[in-house]
Design a protein around this ligand. Sequence first.
Ligand code: PXG
Length: 460
Amino acid sequence: MSQTAPISNQTKRWQEMDAAHHLHPFTTHKDLAAKGARVITHAEGVYLYDSEGNRLIDGMAGLWCVQVGYGREELAQAGYKALKELSYYNNFFQTTNPYVAELSEKLAEVCPAGIDRFFFANSGSEGNDSAVKIIRYFWNLQGKPNKKLFIARKKAYHGVTMVAASLSGLTHMHPQADLPLPGFHHVDCPDWFAEGGDMTPEEYGLKTARSLEEKILELGAENVAAFVAEPIQGAGGLIIPPKGYWEEIQRICRKYDVLLHVDEVICGFGRTGKWFGSDTFGIEPDMINMAKGLSSGYQPIAAVGLGKRVGDAVFNSDNEWSHGFTYSGHPVAAAVALANLELMQKEKLVEKAGGATGSYFQKKLSELADHPLVGQTRGVGLLGAIELVKDKKNRTKFESDLDAGTRCRNHCFSNGLIMRAIGDTMVLSPPLTITEGEMDELFALARKCIDLTAKDLGVA
Ligand code: PXG
């Protein structure tokens, strides 16, 4: 949307209502009210449309979630059918519904080996919150009630509830609510581009993996319940661990009997070219958390998947599992998630993300590396990052008050592309259905907007 074009009265009305009454996620409301929110009214395929008739190619699949693209008839029909047949019933009191039973079986088929029992929540944050309760319960059942400390990583994003935000290592999230809660610790992450200095990525990966071992020894292995991590850190800046990192992490977790809870909320459902990030990196998790791509974002639904060790302990216990949401395994959300997974299988979207679509995406991404403003491009499957830098050779960043990333993101918005800025790291995560022609359009726009940013910053 051109910032100077006059805005329709209808859009203005929506912006006024919104500014007066809507508290948005992660937003400075004074700034938003002064500008007016962009009103997205509909979407189709990889394109979003706003109330002013502008079309944007969505390089972020919503918030890393719309795997099958927008407006798919199969998902709409599945939701409609479930709404008519069983608009709601709960899964408490020894009841279930056909949709959640079938979804559970389908998840057992596609999840990493051994993950075959599922607890359903409504968001990734609730999933992680529930996972922490399951892990605490597990160690109580094992007769090891001291094992209650959690270790996650700096720059991790695990959500926003009190517990999920405590797991998160994005420190700006903490002070407003006096977090993290006691018992949540953070170790270094393998962000080689920003922090690896003169080491090779592999050396830096090993060094940061060993910071987990140091932390376990400092806290006492007998007190540590679990290590929680994303296969690739998403909201922290698309941090892709080098070879050797995950092997070392797993060695450490096994040595000290620390559970490995893998947060697959972004990496799950084909994003990295296999069904799960755990498959891509050879991780054998004790538990996983999933949301987003589970329903392609068409319905709010998340799941915690349990491997054999934790699953057996919970399922074979004589105790009641005292946890569950009104909407755990909601029939409509489960029906849509099931239809989503069936569509992904029918269209071989995971195979394509790991094959032709992913290769073409990575080829187009790497072509941006020749740009004077681009210090590095990196990616896996249909994830990509572009580092904007002042000095390519030394990986020197721009002064933060120059807002290079925000400038670039704003140029993208104005030119019909959604590309996310995490600091000065530009991130892409498009629908898995994106075609080569659409990728050509996306990357041409990305280059144009990086050019415009370079111009703003006085770089040739
Ligand atoms: N874990 C991971 C790895 C995530 O990426 C969550 C948990 C929380 O999920 P819910 O459904 O509670 O939001 C997430 C969410 C961003 C961005 O700007 C990323 C997320 C959410 C909102 C914004 O990159 N990831």
